[in-house]
Design a protein around this ligand. Structure first.
Ligand code: TYD
Length: 208
């Protein structure tokens, strides 16, 4: 089996975790060995960096620092987990990847899309996702869902305006790369979303 790299993207509260679990089961039934990972995180070093990134105490963090920390967590995850797994023929599903940096740091923080790609080039190497599922959701809905859950982390505490830029940024990105980035309306029922994701991922597998 050829390895496949799938990423799940979307604003905070889009329901990525539930869908990743379901997709993973479906791929295992297809005979894949599946590795699920998340960003920032997924290795001991990257999880330590995650702790810094999401700590609500660090309100003084500069956008540039944020960009570099996300990229460093990513470099370790790609080198230690994603690269070896894809090369070994496994299916890797990552909860967020470089598109999150493009949208959150490049667009919402305003550092620029090209800068984000440049900084991330050494972190990603040849491991761009084969297919990316974008769970599209209005910023208001995402934040409302998060508020019902737990304490908000440093990113979730950002303004509604910031989260609007994120949601809009994702749409712009998907419009630029509709081949790789498959958009799904995250307000649809969970089962419907799950079926749509499976359909899009199976297609990506067939075209590899
Ligand atoms: P997480 O708890 O994983 O959020 P969610 O459950 O919504 O996926 O926290 C990740 C946060 O970090 C999220 O607010 C998005 C943000 N982020 C970036 O700003 N840039 C990045 O490159 C990545 C991977 C995440």
């Amino acid at each position: 089996m050829k390895g496949i790299f799938i990423t799940m993207e979307g604003p905070d509260g889009a329901g990525k975790t539930t869908q990743i679990r379901r997709l993973s089961q479906a791929l295992e039934e297809q005979g894949y060995e599946v590795i699920i990972t998340r960003e920032p995180g997924g290795t001991p070093i990257s999880e330590a960096v995650r702790g810094i990134l999401l700590d609500p105490e660090y309100k003084e963090m500069k956008p540039e620092t944020e960009l570099l920390l996300y990229a460093s967590a990513r470099a370790q995850l790609v080198g230690e987990v994603i690269g070896p797994a894809v090369d070994a023929g496994k299916a890797v599903i990552s909860d967020r990847f470089v598109d999150s940096s493009v949208v959150y740091q490049g667009i919402a923080r305003g550092l620029g899309v090209e800068t984000v790609y440049e900084v991330n080039r050494p972190a990603i190497g040849k491991y761009m996702p084969d297919v990316t599922i974008l769970l599209d959701l209005p910023a208001e809905t995402g934040i409302a869902r998060k508020k019902d859950q737990a304490e908000l982390d440093r990113m979730e505490q950002e303004s509604l305006e910031f989260h609007r830029k994120v949601a809009e940024g994702y749409r712009r990105l998907a419009a630029r790369d509709p081949e790789r980035i498959q958009t799904i309306d995250a307000t649809l029922p969970i089962d419907t979303i799950c079926d749509m994701i499976k359909d899009k991922v199976y297609r990506a597998i067939q075209s590899k």
